[in-house]
Design a protein around this ligand. Sequence first.
Ligand code: URA
Length: 223
Amino acid sequence: MPNPDPTQQYFEQTKALYGNELFVRDEKLDIIMEDGSLGPKSLSEYSFQISECMKCGLGEKRDKFVFGVGDPNANLLLIGEAPGEQEDIHGEPFVGRAGKLLDKILTAIDRSRGDDVYICNVLKCRPPNNRDPLPSEVEQCESYLHMQIKLIQPKLIVALGRVAGKTLLGLDVQLKEMRNETYEYTGIPLRVTYHPAALLRNSNFKAAAWDDFKWIRSFLEKN
Ligand code: URA
């Protein structure tokens, strides 16, 4: 007798159990860790696992660990550099003046931080006096970002600012040289645009940033 078709077998078993209603499993695939164990099932579970991190010196100095915020199934993942003073106090990325501007930009592309957008930073803890992240801090923290990306599975990653772009791409060039090109980060398309704080400092950048966000909106509509 020929081997039964596994798909047909699955549907026959499902029908025997549940009748003619078809149930589709709306879940992302399990994440298997390097040691074979099962990875976190959700961002909230993962946040709980890592939020006491002391892998680098920033852990001792932080007020709050800033994991990230937004839609866990977002198509658009925005990545900044590191929490600043306000973010350290509130435990949420981009809550200061730059964050308010970012929210306005997201509204202009018909989204918000809870709707199809997730926001996090390369570093989860605030560097003293908002200095640039050190390579050793990035090295310790980057696996957290990788796991967030696996859990969210965004269609597009956007690095906000030169430091985030440089860190994710390993490219030490001016921001304007990073723009207008689609790269890949962990296999996912990545673009780089201005940090909202740079737009507050220099409004001449706003037109180019708006072009970038129009490109982002159209990419998400097409993919
Ligand atoms: N700047 C960043 O890069 N990230 C924040 O969360 C806030 C300001």
